[in-house]
Design a protein around this ligand. Structure first.
Ligand SMILES: *Cc1c(COP(=O)(O)O)cnc(C)c1O
Length: 400
């Protein structure tokens, strides 16, 4: 298999359809015929590559998209799911049994945090939340029951960068799988190359890029994907988070332009981050030379895609953040909406959902303020127009 080289585009790796169609045919079947009952028995006994049984297990278009994502993340295999949460919950439930433990970064996506904190205890799976920047704390949390270290490559909402190579060393010293959610930084960071065992995406965000669907994926070794799809015991097979094949086809088409979009998101975000910093605002963006993790991201990133489209600023108080977001929407800077990776700029106030594990003192020290606004910067052709509008709003509210 050709290795993913971030200096080229992913076009090199996509395959054409069965009739030479430039886009593979959309699978329009839930079930597949067999030549003989013996062939069907064989498939029940062990997976046969390229042979399809039932669409919840595999179907051709989902396989095409999965293969493209495996190449994007440089893993042996991958499987697409109906949502990012479907990917995360299936992966965890495939690995962990009652009594097992997970060590997790504490500033993770709100849905993942709620799944870990409120849902997993029902199954006797314990999650220890740690400061992922503190390697000693991670090491101290490891026990003989630790099965997973879970982190995001870029943390939410302060956009800190995780030292994947160092954490991978801790995971490899035990029988522990390192799972990295790479939703904020596709193409920019390749967690599997840095030592992650499993890479997860919410395809809903940058990878699809048009905010018109919800989807996810799990990228890992051939063995792990086989265990997930095992007909008798696999989590994705039995929990059933199958991606609709029409959506798989539309996501595959959007994936073709991911490299161009990521560059533009990054270019626009860096421009705004630098301008905001010059104005004296408190800005969180790993591409800033002053950012705490600037050296770390330079060390681990793939060159040529920039530092990503996510940035945060501190408007001081929640009231200011609120006013600013309302005015920015009126001025057509973008939309006041959660989610990210859309072609227009989105902004929202991260709130407290993911930060409740962090003592208030430390929240302050980290810069987790009530006035924080998280931006997903859009693909504006001329970002200076948005900048001028934001500046006008900032002055009006007297933030600058
Ligand atoms: C959105 C998101 C998820 C959840 O994905 P869904 O597709 O909404 O289920 C998980 N992780 C991160 C970092 C996200 O931004």
């Amino acid at each position: 298999m050709k290795k993913f080289d971030p200096s080229t585009s992913i076009h090199d790796y996509l395959v054409f359809g069965e009739f030479g169609d430039v886009n593979p045919s959309v699978t329009d079947s839930s079930t597949f015929t067999f030549i003989s009952p013996e062939r069907m028995d064989e498939l029940f006994d062990h997976e046969i590559e390229g042979c399809f049984l039932y669409s919840r297990h595999w179907n051709p278009i989902n396989k095409y998209l999965s293969n493209a994502l495996a190449r994007l993340e440089d893993t042996e295999s991958a499987q697409v799911t109906a949502s990012g949460m479907g990917a995360i919950s299936s992966t965890i439930l495939n690995i962990c049994s009652s009594g097992d433990e997970i060590i997790s970064e504490r500033t993770i996506y709100g849905g993942t945090y709620a799944f870990f904190k409120n849902f997993l205890p029902k199954f006797g799976i314990k999650v220890k939340f740690v400061d992922i920047k503190n390697l000693e704390q991670i090491e101290n949390a490891v026990t003989s029951r630790t099965r997973v270290i879970y982190t995001e490559s870029v943390s939410n909402p302060l956009l800190q960068i995780t030292d994947i190579p160092s954490i991978s060393k801790i995971a490899k010293s035990g029988n522990i799988k390192l799972i990295v959610d790479n939703t904020f930084s596709p193409m920019i960071i390749s967690p599997a190359r840095l030592g992650a065992d499993i890479v997860i995406h919410s395809l809903t965000k940058f990878i699809n890029g048009t905010s018109d669907c919800v989807a996810g994926c799990i990228c890992s070794s051939h063995d792990f994907i086989c265990s997930l799809t095992d007909i008798n015991s696999g989590a994705t097979m039995l929990l059933g988070p199958v991606l609709d094949s029409y959506r798989a086809a539309s996501i595959l088409k959007n994936l073709h332009s991911l490299h161009i979009r990521i560059k533009k998101h990054s270019e626009n975000a860096l421009f705004l981050a630098e301008e905001f910093e010059k104005m004296g605002l408190k800005v969180f963006y790993p591409g800033l030379k002053s950012a705490r993790d600037h050296a770390l991201i330079n060390q681990i990133m793939n060159a040529g895609f920039g530092y990503g489209g996510m940035l945060a600023i501190d408007a001081g108080t929640y009231a200011n953040a609120s006013k600013l977001m309302t005015r920015m929407q009126e001025e057509k800077v973008g939309y006041l909406a959660v989610s990210l990776g859309y072609f227009k700029t989105l902004f929202s106030s991260p709130g407290h959902s993911t930060s409740s594990e962090i003592p208030e003192e430390e929240q302050k020290r980290m810069g987790l303020s009530e006035g924080l606004i998280r931006f997903s910067i859009g693909l504006d052709n001329d970002i200076t127009i948005a900048f001028d509008r934001i500046k006008k709003c900032l002055k009006e509210i007297k933030i600058i």
